[in-house]
Design a protein around this ligand. Structure first.
Ligand code: FDA
Ligand code: NAD
Length: 436
């Protein structure tokens, strides 16, 4: 099979690839210099839409509406844009199955070879499957996962096939909370199951979680905590019918959606690049241990300047910004110039039902302060939380904030102001942030 050479190759065609393409275009590239090679059949799109607007019962988002970079306020890079304006080669439905960093070559599942001068690894994450742990019956029909648009299409088809049926959502993290809400909006009878004492324990405090659990319950979502799915039954067509829980309960199910975490897709490069904390280790410019090879988005473990440690971040804001930083660094190095180090302030967000929260900073410290109206029955709940470490605020969360209020909590997380009295902070709440 023919070999194709490009000056720059991005392997992976998700969020980071889309924002890298935008940055390459801003910086200036010649036609045919850049290729994006993606397993997916569509041009890079804003992945967060898949667990939200893509599954709405009415007015659902569809491509080309949410191609990158609309989520970040940029231009919508349609497939035509890549061909005509970006002059970037989009090589879709092409999975890279072998990477040889010493010979600078990639091989696709169909046997095509691509060589490059500079490589950007943007392969993102894969979903952890219940079949990975050998959960009995987990290969039944309608046990679904969500990572890519094909997965979302399977969920849409299942919602239509099992109208007003019973949905069990396994996992109480990001996917669990967002999917439960949207399945409920589709009028399914939804039950969430997760092992922890409260939802989203990797970020939420008990106080924050109590609000979301109460709000979801008011919307008719049932929650089963402290147990896991250990088996599934299916009918003669292979469709799932029941979920067996470790605590002995058995729940009826027409659809099961599983969100039990992701794994960074680094296996192509194992043994060829340095790794740390499960990701590909990079410097502040996202260059890996191999010169000319960069890693961005979910797969990168990079120096978090603000906290003086190495981190991997699985959120869209970092996917966008890391991709832009890597492209700026590549272009600058070609002109023997330098750019500033990546100085990232972690930013995560989620939306479900009429809710919308943002979090900035680090959820660390010995103390947290909950403020505002966190009554799930309130007509317009608005509340937040601060995380305090060594007498300073490190993290700030806000549900229902305006754009300016969200900016204020971001500033608090960046500035890390000292806190003298927790009770005063709790009383001042959002006002404290607005004064910084
Ligand atoms: P991303 O997963 O976007 O892209 C990786 C791409 O590489 C995919 O196209 C994949 O097919 C391709 N690929 C992988 N291996 C390949 C190979 N061997 N050959 C070719 N192609 C290959 N974050 C947030 O902050 N707020 C939010 O609301 C959400 N919502 C959300 C919803 C859903 C459903 C998911 C799954 C994730 C989110 N996220 C999020 C997380 C966010 O979307 C995620 O962090 C970014 O998409 C990461 O961007 P990457 O480009 O690193 O990976
Ligand atoms: P997650 O890590 O957020 O949550 C995983 C959850 O799975 C845990 O909280 C736990 O409740 C549960 N769990 C673990 N093992 C289990 C088991 N055996 N049975 C039942 N529950 C179990 O991961 P996710 O929700 O699957 O999300 C996948 C990826 O997508 C992550 O990278 C996430 O950051 C990303 N994502 C982000 C957003 C957002 O930022 N708004 C939205 C959707 C997805």
């Amino acid at each position: 099979m023919a070999e194709k050479h490009f000056k720059y190759v991005i392997v992976g065609g998700g969020v980071a690839a889309g924002y890298a393409a935008q940055e390459f275009s801003k910086q200036g590239i010649n036609p045919g210099e850049l290729a994006i090679i993606s397993k997916e059949a569509v041009a890079p799109y804003e992945r967060p839409a898949l667990s939200k607007a893509y599954l709405f019962p009415q007015g659902a988002a569809r491509l080309p509406g949410f191609h990158c970079c609309v989520g970040g306020g940029g231009e919508r890079l349609s497939p035509e844009w890549y061909a005509e304006k970006g002059r970037i080669e989009l090589i879709l439905s092409t999975e890279i199955v072998k990477a040889d960093l010493s010979s600078k070559s990639l091989t696709s599942a169909a046997g095509a070879t691509f060589t490059y001068n500079i490589l950007i690894i943007a392969t993102g994450s894969s979903t952890i499957k219940l079949t990975d742990f050998g959960v009995q019956g987990a290969d039944a029909n309608n046990i679904l996962y969500l990572r890519e648009i094909d997965d979302a299409d399977k969920i849409v088809a299942a919602i239509q096939a099992k109208k007003d049926g019973k949905a069990i959502v396994v996992g109480g993290g990001y996917i669990g909370l967002e999917i439960s809400a949207v399945l409920r909006l589709n009028n399914l009878d939804v039950t969430m199951v997760y092992p922890e004492p409260w939802c989203m324990p990797r970020l939420f405090t008990a106080g924050i979680a109590a609000f979301y659990e109460g709000y979801y319950a008011n919307k008719g979502v049932k929650i089963v905590k402290g147990t896991v799915a250990v088996g599934f039954d299916s009918d003669t067509s292979g469709d799932v019918t029941t979920v067996k829980l470790k605590d002995g309960r058995v729940l009826d199910a027409d659809i099961v959606v599983v969100g039990v975490g992701g794994r960074p897709l680094t296996s192509l490069f194992k043994g060829q690049v340095a790794e740390e904390k499960g990701g590909i280790k990079t410097d502040s410019f996202f260059q890996t241990s191999v010169p000319g090879v960069y890693a961005v988005g979910d797969v990168a473990t990079f120096p978090m300047k603000l906290y003086g440690d190495m981190r991997r971040v699985e959120h869209v804001d970092h996917a966008r910004k890391s991709a832009e930083q890597a492209v700026k660094a590549i272009k600058a190095s070609e002109e023997a110039k330098s750019i500033d180090e990546y100085d990232y302030l972690p930013y995560f967000y989620s939306r479900s039902f009429d809710l919308s929260w943002q979090f900035y900073g680090d959820n660390v410290g010995e103390e947290t302060v909950l403020f505002g109206d966190s009554d799930p029955a309130s007509a317009k709940p608005k509340f937040g939380s601060y995380w305090i470490k060594d007498g300073k605020i490190y993290g700030a969360f806000l549900e229902g904030g305006s754009a300016d209020e969200n900016k204020a909590i971001a500033k608090v997380a960046r500035v890390q102001p000292a806190v003298s009295d927790k009770n005063v902070l709790a009383q001042e709440g959002l006002q404290f942030a607005c004064k910084i």
